[in-house]
Design a protein. Structure first.
Length: 338
């Protein structure tokens, strides 16, 4: 049994990852500040499920509180760390930049330092497809430039990758960054498209569809993401013999450092996504077509060949299955409230 410290354990991905690791017999120490960025009750409901396991321990605090981390690491002999805690949301970062600086930069700096001080075996942390920014060379490859982020959120995630490299280089701390591509599924975030659309259609309210519907996304089912994290966690990053200092790549290094895309590799048109929701709800959406939002991109598509080669990552869930699972969860959850 490994002792795994998961930040953002009450969050969407953190909840699913914790549940998976507990199911296979690992001990999970969860950490979350229970931010009110979205419905705290949803986070508490996720936590209630996790707390049913005797191998789950939870602490509520902020990453910016280094002493809180120190106390936990002194109490538990932590083997692995998965950092999923962050201020999420692309558009929210346009209006509230200071929150991102604290959580995503100061907080992540604390995670790196606590991992160094306590010599953890491997730190895996969440990055994002948003780091590709102005790059429109599809599919997105880890070898491509990520020097033109379009939002502060993306910039903080790119900064996390660079901060991690410095710790890997200076202190031989194995770190792996995973660039998530539009994660969806049951227990998902209420501010994400699938939740927003389902809720609005159920209430016979119009949904806002940006770029006049001409959006394409590499939607990735949460269970596929979680399996990718699990596989990666137990295979710590190592120095790469392929690194060329005269032609350096940003995804590998002479240090124990790796960056991987983790997506579905099969981009889906947003309108097709909406049709799947309509099919499962047996209702028709009222659509309010709008221009592109600031900080958004028309298309994402991941190249996950590197992660497949590294740990055998192969997403299994189709959009049809994934949307059906979410809608069934949503209907069941809302039926139980009535």
């Amino acid at each position: 049994m490994s002792k795994i410290f998961i930040t953002g354990a009450a969050g969407f991905i953190g909840f699913h990852l914790s549940k998976k690791l507990l199911a296979i017999g690992e001990e999970v120490i969860g950490f979350d500040c229970l931010s009110d960025y979205y419905d705290v009750n949803l986070k508490k409901q996720r936590l209630a499920i996790l707390k049913e396991s005797k191998n789950f321990t939870f602490f509520q605090d902020k990453l910016e509180n280094y002493q809180a981390l120190e106390n936990i690491f002194k109490e538990f002999n932590i083997d692995f760390v998965v950092n999923l805690a962050a201020q999420a949301g692309v558009r929210y970062s346009i209006e509230n930049p200071a929150v991102y600086i604290q959580s995503n930069l100061v907080g992540f700096g604390n995670i790196l330092e606590i991992c160094r001080q306590h010599k953890v075996k491997h730190l895996v942390y969440a990055s994002t497809s948003s780091v590709y920014g102005l790059n429109q060379n599809m599919p997105f490859s880890e070898k491509s430039s990520v020097n033109h982020p379009m939002t502060l959120y993306a910039a903080t995630k790119k900064s996390n990758e660079m901060m991690a490299h410095s710790y890997s280089h200076l202190f031989c701390l194995p770190t792996t960054g995973l660039r998530f591509f539009t994660v969806y599924g049951p227990w998902g975030r209420p501010d994400m498209a699938l939740f927003l659309f389902t809720e609005a259609i159920m209430k016979d309210q119009p949904i806002n569809v940006f770029n006049n519907g001409k959006m394409v996304r590499d939607f990735t089912y949460v269970e596929d993401i979680v399996e990718g994290i699990r596989l990666t966690l137990f295979k710590p990053a190592m120095p790469s013999s392929d690194f060329d200092p005269l032609n350096p790549r940003s995804d590998i290094s002479t240090a124990p450092y790796r960056i991987f895309n983790i997506g579905n590799q099969k981009p889906v048109e947003l309108m097709s996504y909406i049709k799947e929701i309509e099919k499962n709800l047996k209702m028709t959406a009222k659509i309010n077509y709008l221009p592109m939002q600031d900080g958004d991109v028309p298309m994402t598509q991941s190249d996950t060949s590197a992660l497949k080669e590294w740990v055998g990552y192969m997403p299994q869930t189709t959009i049809e299955e994934g949307v059906k699972n979410f809608v069934n969860w949503y209907l069941e959850r809302n039926h139980s409230k009535t």
